[in-house]
Design a protein. Structure first.
Length: 298
């Protein structure tokens, strides 16, 4: 628990402090991890799921305050989201696949090949309002033994962003990034995509109803570090990971402030019983921060 409730919050704009209730402070819920990632709240199960990619496990923090192991081993799951039916979607480094957990707990492979070639290592995933699932496919899970890499080669000639349509059709609408990573929709026609490779930053793409995507601009960068994961709140504000914590930006990418953490933050997600808790994956730790806002619903 942070002893000084103000020490963790650095405002760049007066509106920043309105995003948190009086006395708010980061609270550590889990420790002893190696690289936490992929937080996603599952309302049907009343729990926040997250990964420890390098320990090859997933964990859950329940609404009644219990931290429990979910999967061990997890096939090096990384990012998660929910589909239109509230089922958990997972990016698996180990299976080089996008997976779905059915309501009975079984796992279904949604995509593991594109035009006959195996995917690299799906990293993060977001659902579009049309029900399609967009996921990034860099090579971290191939390059890093600690994240599931087994020395297997790339089979796809790039590190792309894929779109899995509701009918199961897989396309690759974004092929111009170096290391695509976290992603989030700001609206039906706008995708924000973090690139943690050369020229790191979060890029804005125009998305068409046909599932095509066109680069618009470099939307924002963070310093220190890079945006790994990001989420948007109900007003379209951007909550981005960074090396020193969580950076909060206006919808057009201007800084509002930051929440400082003692370790590099990888990702964030809103959840909890009222939806106003920000959960934070930060290297060896798992944290929460009370807020006055909720996740954007499209």
């Amino acid at each position: 628990m942070t002893t000084d409730p103000h020490a963790a919050f650095q405002a760049a704009h007066p509106d920043f402090h309105t995003l948190f209730p009086d006395g708010a402070a980061p609270e550590q819920l889990g420790s002893g991890h190696t690289w936490t990632e992929g937080p996603t709240y599952v309302p049907a199960r009343q729990r926040m799921i997250y990964s420890d990619v390098r320990q090859n496990r997933t964990w859950a923090y329940t609404d009644d305050g219990q931290l429990v192991e979910e999967l061990n081993p997890s096939d090096y799951q990384n990012g998660h989201t929910l589909d239109a039916q509230g089922r958990l979607i997972a990016c698996s480094h180990g299976q080089r696949a996008l997976l779905r957990q059915e309501h009975d707990g079984r796992w279904t492979t949604l995509a593991d090949r594109f035009e006959g070639a195996r995917l690299n290592s799906p990293n993060d995933v977001a659902q579009h309002p049309d029900g399609s699932l967009w996921f990034t496919d860099p090579t971290y899970g191939l390059d890093k033994p600690e994240e599931g890499g087994r020395g297997e080669p790339m089979e796809i000639p790039g590190r792309w962003v894929f779109r899995l349509a509701p009918d199961g059709t897989l396309t690759a609408p974004i092929r111009d990034r170096h290391k695509p990573n976290g992603l989030a929709f700001a609206g039906p026609d706008t995708l924000l995509l973090a690139d943690t490779g050369e020229n790191p930053g979060t890029y804005r793409y125009h998305v068409t109803p046909q599932g095509e995507a066109t680069l618009q601009d470099l939307h924002f960068t963070v310093s220190p570090g890079k945006t790994d994961g990001l989420r948007l709140d109900e007003q379209g504000r951007i909550w981005s990971s960074a090396a020193d914590g969580v950076h909060v930006l206006t919808p057009d990418g201007q800084p509002l402030g930051r929440i400082l953490f003692p370790e590099t933050v990888s990702n964030v997600a809103f959840g909890g019983p009222g939806g106003k808790t920000l959960f934070v994956t930060a290297s060896s730790g798992f944290w929460r921060v009370p807020t006055t806002t909720r996740a954007l619903t499209l």
